[in-house]
Write a protein that binds this ligand. Sequence first.
Ligand code: NAD
Length: 294
Amino acid sequence: MAARIIDGKAIAADVRSKVAAEVKRLTTRHGLTPGLAVVLAGNNPASESYVGSKAKATKEAGMNSFDYRLPDSVSQAELLALVKKLNTDPVVHGILVQLPLPKQVDAQIVLDAIDPVKDVDGFHPVNAGWLASGLPALAPCTPLGCIILAKTVYPSLAGLEAVVIGRSNIVGKPMAQLLLAENATVTITHSKTRDLPTVCRRADLLVAAVGRPEMVRGDWIKPGATVIDVGINRVPGTDGKSRLVGDVAFAEAVSIAGAITPVPGGVGPMTIACLMVNTVRAACAIAGLPAPSV
Ligand code: NAD
């Protein structure tokens, strides 16, 4: 039997409408309109497109969107001064500095300068530490989205065997921490893992975040397992144009898994939806209000 296809686009739309409802409640009951500041340095076309989508989603949710466009020649000191100003600006509840930054800027220093309570990307080491300690934290948006997708299959992840492929700070590690917080039994695998297919076959929930096109084959998957494919890889298509594939060989996996995310249309749309979630969560935390219901 073919796997259920997890419709990330529809689930992301649902998350965004829940955020919009929370924003409406905060604005009418508490006079609080969450605000997200997005900083873009340079003119990388992919970054410009991401930033545009983020601003659109922010406005659609009823939140304030503040756009800061800086030239490619911006200095580290100028960027740090802007971050410092946004840290203390009361109408800004979330700060996102779009990566990559121009080569003269040390991205880690800039990200570390963001006030952790406004760090809606969840990349600040303080947020990573809070997350690892089981404390309230702003978690990175992509793994947050993966948890929401997994919960549409298993309302509780407690006790599940979860295997994460990849140990990046942006996806793999926070993914593992979020799964642990959900009481899953978590294995983190990476490029040095021995016999990866055998480890993956243990998984009730397999999350692939590698960046290698279709590396995970059908026979790596336990029959009936849920597969969350984070990978976004551009490969040459048969028609001479390029096409997007995930880290999982979808055509093989779909007949073995119980549920699977497609690429595109799976994890991708969840990332911006969870950025909206983090912004509304940050606004509530800063205002001393209870956490929102989303
Ligand atoms: P990364 O390059 O920082 O990390 C990749 C990880 O994969 C590393 O930890 C490495 O140890 C592991 N790895 C590499 N080769 C391996 C192998 N042969 N076997 C097992 N593990 C191996 O990448 P990342 O930032 O974590 O992103 C991973 C993928 O997810 C990329 O395709 C990226 O484009 C995609 N991504 C998607 C979204 C989204 O919104 N959907 C967001 C972030 C990243």
